[in-house]
Design a binder for this molecule. Structure first.
Ligand code: PMP
Length: 390
């Protein structure tokens, strides 16, 4: 029996640059001690107080179907959070609760892209982006971003590639680079969207992890609230990756349609998960800071190691849980560097090429092991780069 072209074409074919990741996983399964700095997941688990709230809710009976758009309490909490953090008045009518940011990305693009529409995304990019865009029937088109500009998309980068495009997907703080887009960059994004009548899908799942500078949401700029869909999630801010709870925030009319989409796809998010998320947001910024603090510490440790040598340089990251290293001096591709590093030092990092062709010659290091081990691993990466420098 034939399967749909859409489902078969989801990955786009070809090598996806994840070979090193799977090789590391096989080594671990075979008993090798590998330091894995690959996936963006905390080395701590969800805080006990959030689990207690989840338990209270489930034992209290909130295990039936929950409201499809999200519970009023969680939608209100998300709305209040965005109003407070960005100054853009937001109410529950602007919020759809989704099973994680990933599902929110899919929903947002479903709302704005028709079959065959061009949907832009910035390269380097979070690995699922092109497949998500294909999944809604859109044609993904990369906006190449440049290392000289810390991989931030300029107005020209966007407009050079936006002919006929319906939407632009941006991500700040950025995965894989850890860069927090500057005011100039976000203004350029907004101007490009307004000038070319594009929707802006703004992936802000790392918005609580800012180690320098300020996070600016494109939704806050002139004329943008009506054309921006913000993607949020409890995964990174509250170490709730496994709970699958996130949101889309946007104009009321879009959310009304997305509630209909949710009715026909996910049928909402479990009530006890939503209650746990409501509790977590109610705890304010202290809990978010606790969750983010290890990454801020490790980034400082990592920066100190990098500052002492010239073999690799650091993309000026200022947020999220990643450091992106420029290893072009070694003459190796990111893939070869990561592969040899894994073989010789049993340290697994992600080749830049896994995140698109713009980040070739780079590797992404996730700051997801405890401080001392992270510092030692980074020192080994730097020493390895020095050894192989031509
Ligand atoms: N956007 C970005 C940039 C991410 O890095 C991730 C997860 N790694 C997601 C969205 C999706 O996260 P989740 O579905 O867990 O909310």
């Amino acid at each position: 029996m034939d399967l749909s072209k859409r489902i078969q074409g989801l990955t786009g074919g070809g090598s996806d640059g994840w070979d090193v990741f799977y090789k590391a996983r096989r080594m671990v399964a075979d008993g090798t001690d590998v330091i894995e700095l690959t996936i963006g997941e905390h080395d701590i688990r969800t805080h006990q107080s959030i689990l207690d709230a989840m338990h209270r809710s489930a034992s209290g009976g909130h295990t039936g179907y929950a409201m499809v758009p999200g519970t009023d309490a969680l939608r209100d909490a998300v709305a209040e959070r965005l109003t407070t953090r960005t100054g853009v008045p937001t109410t529950r009518d602007n919020v759809l609760i989704t099973p994680g940011g990933q599902s929110a990305l899919f929903a947002a693009h479903s709302a704005v892209c028709d079959e065959g529409d061009v949907a832009l995304f910035c390269d380097p990019y979070y690995a699922t982006y092109p497949g998500t865009l294909r999944g809604v029937g859109a044609i993904p088109r990369a906006v190449p971003c440049h290392p000289e500009n810390a991989f931030e998309p300029s107005y020209a980068d966007i407009t050079d590639n936006c002919a006929g495009a319906k939407s632009l997907l941006v991500n700040t703080p950025n995965n894989p680079t850890g860069v927090v887009y500057s005011k100039d960059t976000v203004e350029g994004i907004a101007r490009a969207c307004r000038d070319n009548d594009m929707w802006c899908i703004s992936d802000e799942v790392y918005d609580t992890q800012i180690w320098d500078g300020t996070h600016i949401s494109p939704r806050t700029l002139d004329g943008m609230a009506e054309r921006t869909l913000v993607i949020g999630s409890m995964s990174k801010s509250h170490a709730m990756t496994g709970s699958r709870v996130g949101w889309v925030v946007g104009p009321k009319e879009v959310i009304t349609h997305l509630v209909t989409l949710a009715t026909h796809t996910t049928y909402g998010v479990p009530g006890y998960i939503q209650d746990a998320a409501t509790f977590a947001l109610g705890e304010g910024t202290a809990l978010e800071q606790d969750v983010g603090a290890p990454f801020e510490r490790r980034r400082a440790l990592g920066k100190a190691v990098i500052a002492k040598q010239n073999a690799v340089s650091l993309v000026p990251s200022s947020g999220a849980m990643y450091m992106m290293l420029d290893i072009r001096n070694t003459g190796l591709s990111g893939e070869d560097f990561a592969d040899k590093l894994l073989d010789t030092h049993h340290i697994a990092v992600m080749p830049g090429e896994s995140f698109g062709s713009s980040a070739a010659g780079h590797v992404r290091v996730a700051m997801t092991v405890e401080d001392a081990a992270f510092e030692t691993a980074l020192q080994s990466i730097v020493d390895f780069a020095k050894e192989i420098e031509p």
